[in-house]
Structures are given as C-alpha cells and as structure tokens.
Design a protein around this ligand. Sequence first.
Ligand code: PMP
Length: 350
Amino acid sequence: MTPIRPDLDALPAYVPGRAIPGAIKLASNEVALPPLPSVLAAIAEAATVSNRYPDLAVTSLTQRLATARGVAAERIAVGCGSVSLCQQLVNITCRETTDEVVYAWRSFEAYPIVTQIGAAKAVTVALDAGFRHDIDAMIAAVTPRTRLVFVCSPNNPTGTVVHREELVRLLDAVGPDVLVALDEAYREYVRLPDAVDGLDLVDRYPNLVVLRTFSKAYRLAAVRVGYAIGTPEVATALRKVGSPFAVSTIAQAAAMAALDAERELLGAVEDVVRERVRVRDALLGLGYTVPPTESNFVWASLGERTQPFAVHCLEQKVIVRPFHPDGCRITVALPEENDALIAAATSFPR
Ligand code: PMP
C-alpha cells in the first residue's frame, strides 16, 4: 500500500529545456539578455530583508499593475509565475473528476499536468492545419461538464495567434458558466492587428480571465511572477487557493522595477520581432514547414524527423525543444545564436 494517489503514475512530467555548458539554449523561450541593471539593483535591495516574510497580499505590485493595465486592483491576482495561476484556475473551477478542462493540442504542456493534478478531465481539441486553435471545434467540445477552457495566444509551441473575433465567438458561445483563461505569456511579441488582446475584452466578459507573465519580455523567468486579470470573484478565488507567500519579496520588487523600465524592455522586443522573420524566412527557404509566428519562437513541423533534427542541432551545440513526433520549438534569440540555428538547419540532411 502507498498513500500516494495512484493516478499520479500517469502524470506527464514537465520536461524542462536542456542546459548544456557552452551550448546555445533555444529550448525554453527565454530572453537571451539579462535583467536590466535597475532590476538587479531592486533584487539586491529586496534581498536584504529576506529574513522577513513577503507581503502576503502583494499590495504594491498589485496596485502598480492596476495602474499600468488600467484595471481595479481587486481584479488582479499575482502568482508564482503564470504556470502556478494555471493550476490555481483548475483548482477554483474543478471539483469532481467528471469536471472538464478544454484546451487545444498541441499547446502549453502544463495544461495536461495541471488538469490531472486537479483530478479533472482533460478534453483536447486538435489544432487546425495551419497550427492554429480551431475555435469552432473547441466550442463544439464544450459540454455541460466543462468548467474551464485554456486558450493560448500566441500558442506555445506553434507561435500562432487567436483572432479577436474568434475569442469573442468562444466567449459568447460558452456563456457565463465556463471560465475562459486566455494565456498571453507572449503577448508583448504580438504584432498582428487581428490578434486578440485579452485586456480589450476583459471588461466586457466576466467569463474571461487573462494570464500574463514577467518571465518573457520582462526577462524574469527565474524570479517567478505572473498575474491574472479577471472579475473580482475570480481574482479572490485565485488568491484563496494560492500557496501563502508564493510571490517572494524579491519577485515583487523585481516586477515593479521591470514595470518602471517597461519602455526599454519592450523596445528590446523589437529586435526579436525582426529576428523571427529572418529565422522563419531562412527555414522556409531551406524547405522547412514553419507557420507565421507572433512570439519569440518558431515552430518547425518535422513529424518523424523531429527527434533527429533536435539531435543534429545538439551536435552543433544548439539546443532546441523537440516535441516528437510533431515538431521542434526554437526560441528566437540574439542574431549570432539564430545564425548558429540556421547553420544547423542548413546542414541537417533533408
Ligand atoms: N503560459 C505559456 C503559454 C508559457 O509558454 C509559459 C512558459 N513557458 C507559461 C505560461 C508559464 O510562464 P511562467 O510560469 O514563467 O510565468
């Protein structure tokens, strides 16, 4: 006998991107540049009071986000990264093993994990032929047992976006009894005018909750801060189920300093937006199938050649992220790092 839940045996483990000394890491959609000096200074300052517990209510950062995003502070819940908020969303919506969580597949690999940890039932909806969310199929997958729908835009790992009109259609179709979580971890990289922006819709739809993070454009992946914006009821529930003190003093201070430096951080995003076009065009020119990306990564649809491609890149000291047998997700980083990836893709036998 064991006290451990037997269903956890089937739980897919989160596979972190590999880190190999001397290799170029394009496996985790991180930003290649370090945090800004002003942010590092705020972290050092905050570290001096590490003997004290953090502000449980995350008061200053929540207030600062409320001002920056133009929503009431009571509608914001800050978490230990947005992946933690994904788990909290399952926990606040699902109670029975028959409760359903709908999401596209392939999408962010945490969705199946948080759904299973929450002992809910995963309902997956295949991406369409263009590697995009199939919103009509997702609407069709919603049943009276559906509690939560994850929508990832831009979608990790394919980089495609959901259009505003598509999300509106979904929100209208599912009605008030289903919570729709729009995961916008990569929103800062979106340039397509038709793409959804959750903050434009969150006032109109009480069944919408928007997830954002400081891990990508704000360069704080290791510091662990994300936030959700929804109704006060959703935000309150999310705070209730979060681990106490999950957002450290260092995280709160770093996020505030990053917001102070937002203009500079978002300015650097432009370099990635330019580079992603160059990387995609190069891969297309080599004959790879790569959908247009609105994010800081590209998706190479490789089928059975996924794992061999990843191994080949590794031999060239470039780490990409294989999702065998679908494709590889490749982070767009600094120009010379992207050059190394393009060189590896060029020498891969096709
Ligand atoms: N959502 C998506 C789509 C992601 O790709 C990631 C990070 N890989 C996250 C959420 C989680 O980000 P974090 O927990 O670092 O905020």
